[in-house]
Design a protein around this ligand. Structure first.
Ligand code: URA
Length: 186
């Protein structure tokens, strides 16, 4: 079995959860390079992701794509997904929705085995680092746990709402870039 076929099997399993999400049109299992050294995990699909079945294609996604390019990363070269794989509506996903989808994100991490997982926003941080963790405290610091190397920062949607987060995300991504360069040199 290849990583591609394993990820496709996970995507098929994810699609079976659709009936649990009233507003979902398409599942958004994630996409990208299965051999990527970097995996990126956001919160939940928005309106445009729901229509297309692709993660991070809306306004926040476009901004994030630009920020990634600033550290020389093309989104095509990494694997991008979200904790919740279906559009929950214009609200934060519920704990039930997070719990329902979490096993599939864990399977994706296990298949891809990235060197670093970039966590975007509070939902991803709480789901993978622990419910007591705060983005304000944890962002920009590498955390090692049983899932591997996790690196949290703010969600790009936060920077669309409040400009003050933009330089913070940029500075965190610079640290991530240095970390990836160090890893590559080992
Ligand atoms: N925000 C996310 O966290 N994920 C998406 O796919 C789109 C926006």
């Amino acid at each position: 079995m290849s990583k591609e076929s394993d990820l496709a099997a996970v995507a098929e399993d994810i699609a079976k959860l659709k009936s649990q999400f009233d507003l979902a049109d398409k599942s958004v299992p994630g996409e990208g390079n299965p051999d990527s050294e970097l995996m990126i995990i956001g919160e939940a699909p928005g309106h445009l992701e729901n229509k297309t079945g692709r993660p991070f294609v809306g306004r926040a996604g476009k901004l994030f794509e630009k920020l990634l390019m600033e550290i020389g990363i093309d989104r095509k070269d990494v694997f991008i997904t979200s904790i919740v794989k279906f559009y929950p509506g214009q609200r934060a996903p519920s704990q039930k929705e997070i719990d329902l989808c979490l096993p599939y994100t864990l399977k994706q991490i296990d298949i891809i085995k990235p060197k670093v997982v970039l966590l975007l926003g509070s939902i991803a941080i709480k789901a993978l680092l622990g419910k007591n963790k705060s983005i304000t405290k944890e962002h920009g610091k590498l955390v090692r746990n049983e899932l591997g190397n996790l690196f949290p920062t703010f969600h790009p949607a936060a920077a669309l709402r409040f400009e003050k987060y933009l330089p913070v995300i940029r500075s965190d991504l610079k640290k991530l870039d240095s970390m990836l360069q160090l890893i590559r040199s080992l």
